[in-house]
Design a binder for this molecule. Structure first.
Ligand code: RFL
Ligand code: PHB
Length: 391
C-alpha cells in the first residue's frame, strides 16, 4: 500500500489531521492498533476550547456537538467554603463546550468511514523504517498478518505509549518531564451535575465536579498515585466529594449510580523537537499535561491544525518551509499550555511536600484571584482559548 500521509493512531490528533487533510484533497491512510469499539468507549477529556469547537464546525462535523454538547459559560473554584465564580462570556467573550472526547472520536470515525476513506482498526504499527529518507515505510500487523505502507510523511499521532517517539534515536530528541505523586480517580454517575464546572481546593485534597449531560455527572478526586479505583467504596467516594466540595448538607453534589470509574496519573512531559526526518508527531505522542487545565485534547487538535498546514503547503505549494518549522511553531504554544496546566495543578491540589508556608501561599493566591477581575480574566482567557492557532 502507498499513500501521501500515513497516520498512526485514531485518537483526536490523528482523526482531526485526517479530516483537515481530506478537505484539502490530501490522501491519508489511518492505522489504529485497537478496535473501533475500544477507541469509541475510552472515557477521557470533556472540555472543548473555542478553537476546537470552531475546527469541528469548519469541518462540517459539529452537528451532534451543537445538539448534545453543553455550553459551559464559566467555572467555579471553591476554597475555605467560598466560591470564586468566573463568567467566561463577560470576561473573555467566548465559552467552552462540554462534549466527551469519545463522542468527538465517534463523530470523526463515522464521518471518515462514511466517506469511504481508509481507517484500519486492529492495525498495530510495529516499526518505522527510512524516516530520514524520501520513502518512509510503516510496518504494521493487521489481523495477525504483517503488512507495509509506503508514504511521503508519517504522522505519529499514537499517544504517550506509541511507537513513533520510540522510533526516534535518543540523541535526536530531548525529554522534559515533571512527575506528580498523585492521580485523579474519575467516576461517571447517573445524577444531575452541578450547574457550573466546579474545582475545589480542600484540606483533604482536590476535587472536581464536571458533567457529560443534564443527567450524567463526571466527578474527580485527587488520590495517591499508588491508589486503585477498586479501593474506594461508593460511600467513601460520596463522603469525600461532599467534604471536598464544602457541601456539608450533602445536597449540592447529587448522588447516583456510579457506572464507570478510572484513574489517571498526573504528569507533565514534552519531547522536542516534535519532528524527525519525515516523521511528524502530534498530541500525547509528544506532550502530556496534567488534566487540571482540561487541555490534552485541545492541544492535540491544535497540533493537527499546524501540521496539516505544513503538509498542505508541501503538496500544493511545493515548499517545505512550514513543515520545517512545525516543531518550532508548536513549541511555544505547547510550553504555555504546560505552564498553565502546571499552574492550575499547583493552585488546586494538596502536595505532600508542602509546608504550612506553601499552603499559606496557595490560599493567598486564591484570595487574590477572588478579589481581582484581572486575575480571573487571565485564568478564563487561558481556559477558553490557549490552544488557538490561526489557519
Ligand atoms: P490518544 O487519544 O491516546 O490516541 C492515540 C491513539 O494511537 C493508538 N496507538 C497506535 N495505533 C497504531 N499503532 C500503534 N503502535 C499505536 N500505539 C498507539 C492508540 O490506540 C490510540 O487510539 O492521543 P491523541 O490523539 O494525541 O489525543 C490526546 C488526548 O487523548 C489526551 O490528551 C487527553 O484525553 C488527555 N486526558 C485528559 N485530558 C483532559 O483534558 N481531561 C481529562 O479528563 C483527561 N483524562 C486523559 C484522561 C488521558 C488519559 N490517558 C492517556 C490514559 C484520562 C486518561 C486515562
Ligand atoms: C472533564 O469533564 O472530564 C474534565 C473537566 C475539566 C478538567 C478535566 C476533565 O480540568
Amino acid at each position: 500500500m502507498k499513500t501521501q500521509v500515513a497516520i498512526i493512531g485514531a485518537g483526536p490528533a490523528g482523526l482531526f489531521l485526517a479530516h483537515i487533510l481530506k478537505r484539502q484533497n490530501i490522501e491519508s491512510i489511518m492505522l489504529e492498533a485497537r478496535s473501533r469499539e475500544h477507541v469509541e468507549a475510552r472515557v477521557r477529556a470533556g472540555v472543548l476550547e473555542a478553537g476546537t469547537i470552531d475546527t469541528l464546525n469548519h469541518l462540517g462535523l459539529g452537528e451532534r456537538m451543537a445538539r448534545e454538547g453543553l455550553v459551559d459559560r464559566g467555572l467555579d473554584i471553591r476554597f475555605r467554603g467560598r466560591t470564586i465564580h468566573m463568567d467566561f462570556p463577560s470576561l473573555v467573550g467566548r465559552s467552552v463546550c462540554i462534549y466527551g472526547q469519545q463522542e468527538v472520536v465517534k463523530d470523526l470515525v463515522a464521518a471518515r468511514l462514511a466517506a469511504g476513506d481508509p481507517l484500519l482498526f486492529d492495525a498495530e504499527v510495529v516499526r518505522l523504517e527510512g524516516l530520514q529518507s524520501a520513502t518512509p515505510r510503516v510496518h504494521y500487523r493487521h489481523h495477525g498478518a504483517d503488512r507495509t505502507l509506503d508514504c511521503v510523511f508519517v504522522a505519529g499521532c499514537d499517544g504517550f505509549r506509541g511507537v513513533s517517539r520510540a522510533s526516534v534515536p535518543g540523541s535526536a530528541i530531548d525529554l522534559h518531564v515533571r512527575h506528580y505523586d498523585f492521580a485523579w480517580l474519575g467516576v461517571l454517575v447517573k445524577a444531575p451535575p452541578l450547574p457550573d464546572m466546579t474545582y475545589a481546593n480542600h484540606d483533604r485534597g482536590f476535587a472536581l465536579c464536571s458533567r457529560r449531560s443534564l443527567s450524567v455527572s463526571r466527578l474527580y478526586l485527587q488520590v495517591p498515585s499508588s491508589d486503585r479505583p477498586e479501593n474506594w467504596s461508593d460511600a467513601q467516594i460520596w463522603s469525600e466529594l461532599h467534604a471536598r466540595m464544602f457541601d456539608e448538607s450533602g445536597r449540592q453534589v447529587k448522588e447516583g449510580e456510579i457506572f464507570q470509574r478510572d484513574m489517571a496519573q498526573l504528569r507533565a512531559f514534552i519531547a522536542s523537537p516534535m519532528q524527525y526526518g519525515n516523521l511528524y508527531m502530534a498530541g500525547d505522542a509528544v506532550h502530556i499535561v496534567p488534566p487540571t487545565g482540561a487541555k490534552g485534547l485541545n492541544m492535540a487538535v491544535a497540533d493537527a491544525r499546524v501540521l496539516a498546514r505544513g503538509i498542505v503547503q508541501y503538496f500544493s505549494g511545493h515548499s517545505r518551509a512550514e513543515l520545517d518549522r512545525y516543531s518550532e511553531q508548536c513549541g511555544l504554544r505547547v510550553w504555555k499550555t504546560i505552564r498553565y496546566s502546571a499552574y492550575m495543578t499547583g493552585l488546586l491540589h494538596r502536595f505532600a511536600e508542602h509546608s504550612t508556608f506553601d499552603r499559606g501561599m496557595q490560599m493567598a493566591e486564591l484570595e487574590y484571584i477572588a478579589g481581582s477581575e484581572a486575575a480571573q480574566r487571565s485564568i478564563a482567557e487561558q481556559y477558553v482559548m490557549l490552544s488557538d492557532v490561526t489557519d
